[in-house]
Each structure stands twice: as structure tokens, then as C-alpha cells.
Design a protein around this ligand. Structure first.
Ligand SMILES: [Zn+2]
Length: 510
């Protein structure tokens, strides 16, 4: 087809054919596509993605080419792990050479993990429940509760009779099946997740129950110390050098029933981290984002905000800020709590926010507005931000304000926001180079450890073939850049991470 157009007073004759006809009316093309222009546009588009502006060294390019080959191979397999539920994909991921490389890769910091789900449940069952004075009860709703006590615990409304686990196991021939059943109460893992969890409501109910089951073990003061150390070990083993932990600073108890307050919890985190850093000098530290549940009243959230301000003053090296937790779809939205959340600004005080926002697929609802409200309330990062790509203005604001999204792919899949991770909306954020970090949210509940599994899903599934070694490099560096560390520690952290990165490249390029 030949058409003529008048452009800038000049008559141009254009030749168009087939499907390109429509393009002829666009700004991009006024003739048959020029291959060099096409290449240039492709390069420009790639340069916008996360890692698109990273210049790779010769060694990095070599490793990148190998990674691409591995990825092409995995994408051609009939069972592509990001496309299937993580509980079924996990053994496939563990066989992947990309995953093996990601395990070795220095991933920087884990910025979105909840304290009750930090440590693998195997350790809780096979170590903690085998300690002396551990009691169990079986609730009417087919769940369990634990408590440590020197004497026989009193009955409670949901626990009529407590059994000493030492005695109970002694009566069993083989405690292994019993231990496996305990693990089932502490994790969402099941062999057929689509049948076990037909809806978001069902999976969230099990999710919140598992937190309650773990609390009796983790809030025992001596266990908490070991638990935190063990959690740092698991992260360190996965080449993670820093942790920002969301925690409600639950009250902890001793065997004699005495109870410790939030300050004790913070001091314990500080002490355990100091010991861990002494034992592992390449670990930067742990900081806490204090959380409260979004089912609380405004007055209780106000009190929690004031408490958090005080604790940040008292523990400036430990407390990073504040967040609201719990399922967004069934809890109160951020705007509901505005009087509480505006308290610091109204009083001329400082309390950084790290809000969960947009962990929803209910577009257009009050909950969906959390994304914009989080930004209006000056959030430092956005937890999940699953809904962000559907909010163009909010996305512009978060990008302009350097507000990073904490992407937790496995969490979003297990909690049924998306089934095939190739369809995760964060693909848009990755391709646009939006500030982003990768995290694991509730690793113990998902049968996950460290960040390598989530990096795999983001790199192979969400990023697709376009995501390259530069993407991985930028994502890992982002976790230090967008952390709550003060500037001098960020600089030191980036230098340390850079050395680890160079070592990773030199030992894995061949
Ligand atoms: Zn979370």
C-alpha cells in the first residue's frame, strides 16, 4: 500500500505493508521499519529495566551468557517452575543450575521477613519441642498449642488438657509421624495446595493459625535467643549479609511464668545480633520494623505509634520504623488509621513507615487505595505493592520518591494473588526499572529459606529472558541502597557487598 501524508508542510510518500500499516500513523515509524532503528529502540527499552544501565565486565558478560543459556533451557522444559505452585516447583528449582548459582550469589539484605516465620519449622519441631518442660495441647479446631512450664499448665478456653511432650513421645514407638504432623501445623506446605487451599480465605485462615501455633514456642525467652541466632545463620548460609525484621515485639516468658516486655525483646535482638556479628564479621546487622495488627482500634494504634517513637529514640541502631500487618483484604485500611499514623508529623516527631500496601487483587476497593495512602503517609518502602502497576499516578510518585517495592513472589503465589509467576504484575516494575528489592515475607510457612528461591522466581519467572546478570546485580545492591541503614553504613555495606560480588563472579566464571 502506498499512502501520502503532509508533514511539516512537506508531502511524503510512504510505503506500508500488512500489519505495519497501522504503525505508519504512529510517531515511531513513517516508513518500513529501519532495522538499525529497531535495534536502537530495543536497546533503549532494555536500558530501562532493572539492571539495564549496569555495565557488565568481561567476566560478568561471560557468566551472563552462561546464565542465559541455562534460562533458555529451563524455559523450554515441560514443567517450568515459576508457572507451577511453589510447593510442587520447589524440588524442580533445587535441581536448577541457576538456583545453585543464586545460592552462591551475595544477595545483600533481606528487607521483608516477619519474625515469627524466620526459622525453618523443622528446627522448631525437632529441636525446640524436644527441650525439657515443653507441653502441648490439641485444640478443638484440629490445631495445637505449645507452652514451656515447670508445672502442669492451667487449662485455657481452647486448651483443656496439656501433655508433657517428653512423656507423650516416650509412649510412642516411633515419634516421626507425630513430629511430621506437628510440622503440618506450623507450615502451609501440602502436596496438593490447589485442593487444600481453594481460595484466598482458606489459605489465609491456615496462615494466621500457624502464627499462633509457633508463638508458644518462640516467645519462650531462652528459645527466642536461639531462634534469632538460628535465623541469622540460615540467612548467612544463603549469602545474605543484613536483615530488617518485622516484629510485634511479643511479650516473652520464662519457665517460672515471669514475663518480659518489648524493651527486653529489643535488647535481646541487639545482643544476639552482636554475638552473631562477632562470630560472622561479614554480617552487617539486624534492624527491626515494629509492627501492630491492622485489626486493632485507632486508639491502640496511636499508642503503638507513640511507643515506637520512644523505642526508636532508645534503640536508634535497632529500630528502623513502623508498619501494620495482617491481611489487607480483611483488615482496616491505612486511611482508617490516619489520625494515628499522622501523629508523628503533627507532633513534629520522626517515625519512618514501611507499610504493607497493595497486597491485594481487589482493584478499586478501599484496600486497593492503601497504595496511594502509603505514599501520602510518606512510606519509606512498600511491602508487596502487588497492586502498584495498576495505579499509574502512585507509581510515578513512588518512582520519583525512590520508594522501593519489596517484592515477595513466593508469598504472592502461595497466598493466591497469582498462580503463574510469569503473570506477576511486578514484571512491569522490573521492565521499567522501578526501585525494587526481593524478599521472602514468611519463609518458614512456605517451606522456604533465605532469598534464593524468591530470587529464582523473580529472575527466571517474572523477569523472563530479558532479566540478566545486571538485573541480579542491581537487585542485590538495591537491598543495601533501599535499606534503613544510615548513609555511612550503607556505603560500608555496599563496599563489602561489592567485594563479595567480585569474588562470586571470579569463582563462577569459566
Ligand atoms: Zn509481610
Amino acid at each position: 500500500m502506498v499512502i501520502s501524508v503532509r508533514k511539516g508542510g512537506e508531502l511524503r510518500v510512504l510505503t506500508c505493508w500488512g500489519p505495519l500499516f497501522l504503525l505508519c500513523f504512529g510517531v515511531v515509524c513513517n516508513a518500513a521499519p529501519d532495522p538499525s532503528q529497531r535495534d536502537s529502540l530495543m536497546r533503549q527499552e532494555t536500558s530501562r529495566q532493572i539492571g539495564g544501565k549496569v555495565t557488565l565486565t568481561a567476566a560478568e558478560m561471560k557468566l551472563d551468557a552462561r546464565l542465559r543459556g541455562m534460562k533458555e533451557h529451563e524455559m523450554s522444559l515441560p514443567s517450568f517452575p515459576p508457572a507451577i505452585h511453589f510447593f510442587k516447583a520447589k524440588p524442580l528449582i533445587e535441581k536448577s543450575p541457576i538456583f545453585t548459582l543464586l545460592q552462591k550469589m551475595p544477595k545483600g539484605g533481606a528487607l521483608h521477613i516477619h519474625s515469627s516465620t524466620l526459622v525453618g519449622v523443622d528446627w522448631l519441631v525437632r529441636n525446640v519441642t524436644y527441650r525439657h518442660h515443653c507441653y502441648i495441647c490439641f485444640t478443638r479446631d484440629q490445631s495445637v498449642r505449645f507452652v514451656f512450664s515447670t508445672g502442669h499448665p492451667w487449662p485455657t478456653w481452647d486448651c483443656f488438657y496439656w501433655y508433657l511432650l517428653e512423656t507423650l513421645r516416650a509412649e510412642m514407638g516411633d515419634p516421626a509421624p507425630f513430629d511430621n504432623s506437628l510440622i503440618q501445623n506450623l507450615t502451609l506446605f501440602t502436596e496438593d495446595p490447589d485442593v487444600a487451599y481453594p481460595s484466598q480465605d482458606v489459605v489465609w485462615e491456615k496462615f494466621e493459625k500457624a502464627f499462633v501455633v509457633a508463638s508458644g514456642l518462640i516467645t519462650h525467652a531462652p528459645v527466642l535467643r536461639d531462634y534469632l541466632y538460628k535465623g541469622l545463620e540460615e540467612l548467612h548460609r544463603d549469602n545474605i549479609m543484613y536483615l530488617e525484621l518485622r516484629s510485634g515485639l511479643a511479650r516473652t516468658y520464662e519457665l517460672d511464668g515471669s514475663v518480659h516486655d518489648k524493651v527486653w525483646y529489643l535488647k535481646t535482638i541487639q545482643e544476639v545480633t552482636q554475638k552473631f556479628v562477632k562470630d560472622h564479621p561479614d554480617f552487617l546487622g539486624t534492624r527491626i520494623i515494629i509492627t501492630v495488627h491492622r485489626t486493632l482500634s485507632v486508639s491502640r494504634v496511636k499508642a503503638a505509634v507513640m511507643d515506637a517513637i520512644q523505642m526508636q529514640r532508645d534503640f536508634p541502631n535497632v529500630v528502623a520504623g513502623f508498619d501494620l500487618v495482617g491481611r489487607e483484604d480483611s483488615g482496616r485500611n491505612l486511611w482508617y488509621f490516619r489520625d494515628a499514623l499522622l501523629l508523628p508529623a503533627n507532633l513534629g516527631l520522626v517515625l519512618p513507615y514501611f507499610f504493607h500496601a497493595g497486597e491485594t487483587d481487589e482493584e478499586g476497593t478501599d484496600v486497593d487505595e492503601n497504595i496511594l495512602d502509603a505514599l501520602l503517609l510518606n512510606t519509606t518502602r512498600i511491602g508487596h505493592g502487588y497492586a502498584l502497576p495498576h495505579h499509574p499516578l502512585a507509581k510515578e510518585l513512588s518512582r520519583a520518591g525512590n520508594v522501593a517495592v519489596e517484592l515477595c513472589p513466593i508469598s504472592n503465589q502461595v497466598l493466591k494473588l497469582v498462580s503463574d509467576l510469569r503473570n506477576h504484575p511486578a514484571a512491569v516494575l522490573m521492565s521499567e526499572g522501578h526501585p525494587l528489592v526481593i524478599s521472602s515475607d514468611d519463609p518458614s510457612l512456605f517451606g522456604n529459606a533465605g532469598l534464593s528461591y524468591d530470587f529464582y522466581q523473580a529472575f527466571v519467572g517474572i523477569g523472563g529472558l530479558k532479566a540478566n546478570l545486571g538485573t541480579l546485580k542491581e537487585l542485590a545492591a538495591n537491598s543495601i541502597k533501599y535499606s534503613s541503614l544510615p548513609p555511612h553504613l550503607k556505603d560500608a555495606g555496599l563496599v563489602l557487598w561489592g567485594k563479595k560480588w567480585d569474588m562470586f563472579i571470579s569463582t563462577n566464571v569459566y
